[in-house]
Design a protein around this ligand. Sequence first.
Ligand code: SAM
Length: 347
Amino acid sequence: MDNDENTTGSFSLDNAPGSALADLLVTKDENVRERLFTAARKTALSQFGNKIYIRGLIEFTNFCTNDCFYCGIRCANKNVKRYRLTNEQILACCHHGYALGFRTFVLQGGEDPFFTDEALCTLIRSIKKKYPDCALTLSIGERSRASYRALFDAGCDRYLLRHETANEKHYARLHPPKLSLASRLDCLSSLKETGYQVGTGFMVGSPFQTIDNIVEDLLFIKSFKPQMIGIGPFIPHHDTPFRDHKAGTLELTLRSIAILRLLMPKALIPATTALGTIAPEGREQGILAGANVVMPNLSPPEVRENYSLYDNKIYRDEESAEGLASLKAQMEKIGYNVVVDRGDYQA
Ligand code: SAM
């Protein structure tokens, strides 16, 4: 780690070896910790000013063919009330969101075969036709290269697919044998080659994760160079095999965000819902550690509780689009402004 302070008061992690990143994740030295957060915050401010970009999250299906051990909507969980939104319902969410100032819609769901390429392309075209000034992001898991190409050609701009963990053995402890890190990385390469702005990321504190695993994740992200990075704490769900595991900590998540901001100054990094779930001011703290995006929920209120990935997911007012005014106030309180903007990656 380079200790030279520059005008932003930052220290460079450009050539930092994994051991230096591990030290930053675990250090008990308050001075170093403070310098890390200050440097990350100043780096974000120098890239984005005090702007916070918002993305309207539409959780459009909770059907999923996958059985990830950590996830509340895994197919083996028979206690989930399954739902799919119709195209009309999804367009109504966009309509509502547009009026509130959202210029990015994120369609997230389980891996649901009901949504064929054809069905999704029709949906994408109608959203883009109605809202040509908006960016559209998909987060629907692993698909074929041809499928990613078709969705991109239909007008989708961005894709979020967390790698979950960059360590093969760890990947195998979080997923059934059908799923592999190799296939996940293949998908990420396809997405990038197709031309999407790509987001990847991982859960902090997922079961069996070590500090070295997190370092592998950070270094993977640095080398993959995604435009967006989604990280948040693992939180157990009572109907999964990981029900008795502990949640990831706020502190380790904030440190991971801060390190990523220093490694990837231009990346779009959300302060996630999971971060807001484990601590009352988790999202504000995420922003102060270098995050610059928040993703309020635009899904119809009656389905929100069925998109239950983990226990106690927040449905507080400010988490919903209706509570945007209070989200704005929270951000203003810490010196930031929520803006009406697509918030594209600036190379
Ligand atoms: N099916 C798509 C996929 O797999 O990318 C998108 C939906 S998936 C539920 C979105 C993300 O939720 C996953 O990438 C995972 O990191 C996160 N997630 C799932 N279960 C979680 C849990 N128990 N705690 C925190 N995050 C969780």
